[in-house]
Write a new protein. Structure first.
Length: 133
């Protein structure tokens, strides 16, 4: 049973860059296989790009003008939320390493990318991200 692991880390980018632009530049799609599913938050608008290359996008459902979800929507939304919790746990583990907290000295900027990748790899040596039963 999968227990969750950080298996892709994009390169860091200086300045302001949108999540979508980071996704497109990092090319995680190159590692996916046709009909794989990509999970993203509501505001992460990459559906057109994924459709072009035969990948599916899953995002949490929102009620909008509805009073409640259909039962089938509730089940799929719960499954997606469980996976989202795993992602949030991974992000939380990365943040536990205080290296990236606050301003970094200019002299260390050339190392930031490799240090971030090492930090993500170290997180994989912790307990599983998911509740394995």
């Amino acid at each position: 049973m999968p227990s969750g692991a950080i298996c892709f880390v994009s390169h860091l980018h200086c300045g302001r860059i949108s999540d979508k632009e980071n996704f497109l530049r990092s090319k995680p799609m190159d590692l996916l296989e046709p009909n794989d599913v990509v999970m993203a938050d509501k505001g992460f608008v990459i559906e057109k790009e994924l459709d072009k290359i035969c990948f599916k996008l899953k995002s949490p459902l929102f009620l909008k003008d509805k009073i409640q979800f259909y039962a089938s929507d509730t089940v799929s939304n719960c499954k997606l939320s469980d996976k989202r919790v795993t992602v949030e746990r991974a992000v939380s583990r990365i943040k536990q390493y205080k290296y990236f907290e606050g301003a970094l000295p200019y002299e260390s900027l050339h190392n930031v990318d490799s240090e971030f990748i090492k930090t993500c790899l170290l997180c994989n040596f912790h307990d599983p991200l998911t509740n394995v039963t």
